[in-house]
Design a protein around this ligand. Structure first.
Ligand code: 9J3
Length: 289
């Protein structure tokens, strides 16, 4: 009897420790770097659709990771989005960020680059000598992009939803963009004070054009500029005016975990009640589960 009691107490203690270690994710926790170590490389088989790329990956994750491909915007290069590679890989994803063939490429060329980038990630999953050989889940892909690259991510999703599981355009740019054919869950990140892709002409109507039957979210950062989801780089003209990497980073991780990996633990992060503090960072939030 005493032995049994001891066992029970041990079991209960262990369950307590386990639940502390695997606490439910929150906007706050997903805004920090994840637990995987991040490695990256740029020596990749070339593609006609883009000029160069870097693949970030979770170096100490065994297998079964999804892929995320990301395009920069007009005049931008990989460096402008590099933090996404670090952040998303630390949460378990293979992340390929491209340089477009020219920094002036239009959104359709950026969509083509993203679809080619998906092929590259899948290819790295089977290429002899690839650091991520045997580790990629071919069907767990997502597209992302900034500005014209966000327009590109939406165009890619509109034409190729069968190839992906989710789309995350940020401060997307495409005049008269109609994305009613997108069939995957789509998270639109926007900046209230975006003067380059004004939300009234870009992100908001883009979001409104999405089909009624897909999960979707529009998160508009209060007072945010065109670069709220960019890296902080030398070029002052391409920098975020407010630090919301933790918030947009958390939303993207939760979006990928729920819709790419199918992990229901992340649903409450997206659709539950947010603290007043987090809510106050957004000027507009629309969520359709
Ligand atoms: O990719 C973007 O930042 C869109 C910028 C833009 O206004 O392009 C107009 C030519």
């Amino acid at each position: 009897m005493r032995k049994l009691r001891h066992l029970l107490i041990t079991a209960i203690t262990f369950m307590g420790l386990a639940s502390a270690a695997f606490a439910q994710p929150t906007l706050e926790s997903l805004g920090k770097r994840g637990s995987y170590q991040v490695a990256y490389y740029s020596q990749l088989p070339p593609k006609d659709e883009y000029a160069a790329a870097t693949l970030y990956f979770p170096a100490n994750r065994g297998t079964d990771f999804g892929g995320v491909v990301i395009s920069p915007g007009y005049t931008e290069v990989q460096e402008n989005l590099a933090w996404w590679g670090q952040h998303l890989a630390s949460w378990g994803y293979a992340v390929l960020i491209v340089d477009t063939n020219t920094t002036q490429d239009n959104p359709q060329l950026r969509a083509d680059a993203l679809m080619a980038a998906i092929e590259t990630v899948r290819g790295e999953g089977v290429r002899a000598g690839s650091p991520i050989r045997g580790k990629i889940l071919d069907n767990n892909m997502a597209v992302m992009g900034h500005s014209m690259g966000g327009g590109g991510a939406l165009l890619a999703a509109n034409a190729h939803s069968d190839q992906i599981k989710a789309a995350i355009p940020f401060t997307p740019w495409l005049p008269n963009g109609d994305f009613s054919e997108v069939a995957v869950p789509t998270l639109v990140l926007a900046g209230e004070d975006d003067q380059i892709a004004k939300v009234a002409e870009h992100a908001w109507p883009h979001y409104q054009s999405l089909a009624d039957d897909i999960p979707r979210m529009y998160a508009e950062v209060a007072d945010g500029n065109h670069f709220i989801a960019n890296s902080v780089t030398e070029n002052e003209g391409l920098r975020p005016n407010i630090d919301v990497q933790d918030l947009v980073g958390a939303l993207a991780v939760a979006w990928l975990k729920l819709y790419v990996d199918g992990d229901e633990d992340y649903r409450a992060v997206l659709y539950g009640e947010w603290s007043a503090e987090q809510s106050a960072r957004l000027s507009r939030l629309e969520r359709v589960e």
